[in-house]
Design a protein around this ligand. Structure first.
Ligand code: MEV
Length: 445
């Protein structure tokens, strides 16, 4: 029976909290929550009641060409096929000339809701925008030096409740801006109550990211999409059809968009960004016309059988930052940003939509040809081999045997491990002994 954590847990030091967790849970070793002293201290700085940190795998999807510039993109994810899939699709897209992006604005909107506002409060507030801007000015001074700051104010009424809604746009440059925008709208409370003669219900940013809408697109010769015996033009036709299905059927659109977010959320995590904000904005945008739909569009330009081209596009809000929050203090986030050449928020958003689009192309390519399980299970094999006890080079040897036999269960892994060991290749074997899966182009999924 597990004991409850003692009172005073929250106020203890992180070292004490780790000991309390281990002593009240006999099956839990505190090192499972990380053993790097610096990271443990950082965890304590970042969140309350912390006991350590989660080490999530981070890998690199290679070979992106975005607006003519090459990028290798760090992604943090627990899902086996995400990085391989992004690399696979990116390689095809790069052969077609790479991605082109269209930028949104680095603007975050703050909202203030007011009840019992005077009938003419809308007009009165709109008329004193300059006064409100001056009230917020001390908070925005640094941002203005960076070229950001106040970008405007709107006042309207919610159609059903009649509540007054005030929206303030702030250009937060390279920051995602949640803290700054929340501080700005909170600083306006007293002024807004006085002018509207109403009462503030709440003041908070909107995570819709309405002005942070980015677009990525590509065009590739359909012939490049050939997969598993299906000719490229037919794969391209089926990709368009698959996208049409996700545009028509919300239940399929959820899975389709989840696949897009597999890559984008992984980039958000690798760079220390607020992945929930990105997800929330994405799914809200997917239902902006009242029905939940695919975030992507595809079309086939059929010039002739041989030179037909598939065009793909992803458009969505991308509220990411490269300064502030965890991006600035987490060493892995900082290193990930360094790998990307220390982009600003706009450049990072452009990379993110390309990752999402690559992820989607990889998923659809697999789904309309051989399905996702073959590639997925192939990648999964090493994980099962590890659980069965394979370590070091054994992992790859065992996984190769499992793949060759199409046996992906725990028993198959144990049998393969016993054989690998009996043949003496095991831990000391060389990778050259293992059948290789091909080059580093990844798998569609
Ligand atoms: C799996 O994580 C993602 C997919 O389900 C996406 C999709 O179905 O489009 C393969």
């Amino acid at each position: 029976m597990r004991d409850r954590l003692p009172g005073g847990f929250r106020k203890s030091t992180i070292a004490e909290r780790r000991r309390m967790v281990a002593s009240t849970n006999p099956n839990v070793d505190e090192v499972a929550f990380g053993r790097d002293e610096e990271m443990i201290e950082l965890a304590d700085v970042m969140v309350e009641s912390s006991i350590g940190y989660l080490a999530l795998p981070i890998g690199i999807a290679t070979g992106f060409v975005i607006d003519g510039e090459p990028f290798d993109v760090p992604l943090a994810t627990e899902e086996p096929s995400v990085i391989a899939a992004a690399t696979y699709a990116t390689r095809i897209i790069s052969r077609g000339g790479g991605f082109k992006t269209t930028a949104g604005e680095t603007v975050t909107t703050g909202q203030i809701y007011v009840e019992h506002a005077a009938p003419n409060a809308d007009r009165r507030i709109a008329a004193v925008e300059e006064k409100l801007r001056l009230t917020a000015a001390p908070l925005l001074a640094t941002m203005e030096k960076r070229g950001g700051g106040w970008r405007g104010l709107r006042v309207d009424r919610l159609p059903q409740s009649g509540l007054l809604r005030l929206e303030v746009d702030i250009d937060t440059r390279d920051a995602m801006g949640a803290n700054l925008v929340n501080s700005v709208v909170e600083s306006l409370r007293a002024d807004v109550e006085a002018i509207s003669e109403g009462r503030i219900v709440m003041a908070i940013l909107s995570n819709a990211g309405a002005r942070r809408v980015w677009r990525a697109g590509f065009a590739v010769p359909a012939s490049l999409l050939a997969r598993a015996g299906t000719p490229g033009p037919e794969v391209a036709r089926r990709i368009v059809l698959a996208n049409d299905i996700a545009t028509e059927d919300p239940a399929r659109a959820v899975t389709h968009n989840k696949g897009i977010m597999n890559g984008m959320t992984a980039l958000a995590l690798a760079t220390g960004n607020d992945a929930r904000a990105l997800e929330a904005a994405a799914h809200a945008y997917a239902s902006r016309d009242g029905s939940y739909r695919a975030l992507t569009r595809y079309r086939l330009e059929e010039r002739s059988e041989s030179i037909g081209r598939l065009r793909g596009e992803l458009e969505m809000p991308v509220p990411l930052g490269t300064v502030g929050g965890a991006t600035g203090i987490h060493p892995t986030a900082r290193a990930s940003l360094a790998l990307l050449g220390n982009p600003g928020a706009a450049a990072l958003a452009g990379i993110a939509v390309c990752v999402g689009l690559a992820q989607n192309l990889a998923a659809l390519t697999a789904l309309v040809t051989e399905g996702i399980q073959r590639g997925h299970m192939g990648l999964h094999a090493e994980r099962v081999a590890w659980v069965a006890g394979a370590r070091g080079e054994e992992r790859r040897l065992v996984a190769a045997v499992m793949r060759a036999r199409g046996e992906y269960g725990a028993d198959g892994a144990k049998r393969a491990l016993a054989e690998v060991r009996s043949q003496g290749c095991g831990r000391t074997g060389t990778l050259a002994d293992a059948p290789h899966d091909g080059d580093d182009a990844g798998e569609p999924l």
